[in-house]
Design a protein around this ligand. Sequence first.
Ligand SMILES: Cc1ncc(COP(=O)(O)O)c(C=O)c1O
Length: 383
Amino acid sequence: MPDAYRHIETKLIHAGEPSPRIDGAVSMPIFQTAMFESAGETSYHEIRYLRLNNTPNHVALHAKLAALENAEAALVTASGMAAISTALLTLLASGDHLLAQNCLYGGTHDLVTKDLGAYGITHDFFDASQPETWESKLRPTTKLLYVETIANPLLDVPDLEAVVKFAKAHGLVTLIDNTFASPVNFRPAELGFDLSLHSGTKYLNGHSDLVAGALIGRADLIQRVTHRLNHLGGTLDPHACFLLHRGLKTLALRVHYQNQSALTIAEFLQGHSSVRKVNYPGLASHPQHHIASDLLDGFGGMLSFEVEGGVEAAKRFMQKTRLPVIAPSLGGVETLLTRPAETSHSGLTPEERERVGIADGLIRVSVGVEHTDDLIEDFQQAL
Ligand SMILES: Cc1ncc(COP(=O)(O)O)c(C=O)c1O
């Protein structure tokens, strides 16, 4: 990669772009073809066929994504869940044990608790805020440690340095969901994580118009996951590759703005008498604020909060807002509101939700790129 690509803003525009440009095209053309003429390839995984994740659209995206996190290699997948499931089914086999953070994205939690058992993979959850308890969860068969940079929906930030140290001491592979932070705010490879993953549906694309996933990290692991994906078939189609590639170019502009806007909104909410609790790692009141300040370049565009009056008051607040869209998902240009108990975390039992601290009235905000003052004015009238 040229030395000129020092900052992430520059990498987003230039890293991975074909050189020379394809027929002079300034933006990456879409290669809408299932196969390519044979050029003497000798191994199955080298055959140029769309399912094998090696079209020019894939190759360019892989190089750009690896550059963004200062990692060796990357792979795009058909969704964030395709990235998670393919990675877990590559790195774990029957008889293996997984250690996962106890508050995870609901889809990941469901996969771990409801599906992995059928493949002979066992799991335990650990409290990321209590490193002294981790060792007691280890088994001789433990192979992998799974965390989220900023956990959904309570915005907890594990002691990521301690996670890497612990995993290295016990020979475990580390896999981190970096969706909420985005490569702008955190680059896991720099801290020693083996693999990071994203729901590319969220910040990477940023425009709420596709579903995609990404894995970024050690080249040997990316190669193993790619071969598994080639068999499982969760390939990102070329048009979605094109959209993701285009969306990525403005990632830094969006995330820098969203970092600032979310912090201002979190401070406003914290000062409001009708708000009971605000979860945002940028607030000094957040239990892991010191870790987030040390390790992250920004606190992200996600926050959650509880209003006085519980679930009914939360529903009333959401109905009264005018600007945000009430919808699941996150990381796009539109501000979105959701109640995790009825969307992302509805797969957890009420007892499981209570154990990890997700109140039924918790409201999650994905801050978009509207003007911060307009959002605050809207929240003010709704409160
Ligand atoms: C943190 C996180 N990881 C992974 C996923 C799964 O991504 P996808 O919906 O693209 O499969 C989501 C989806 O909401 C998420 O919020």
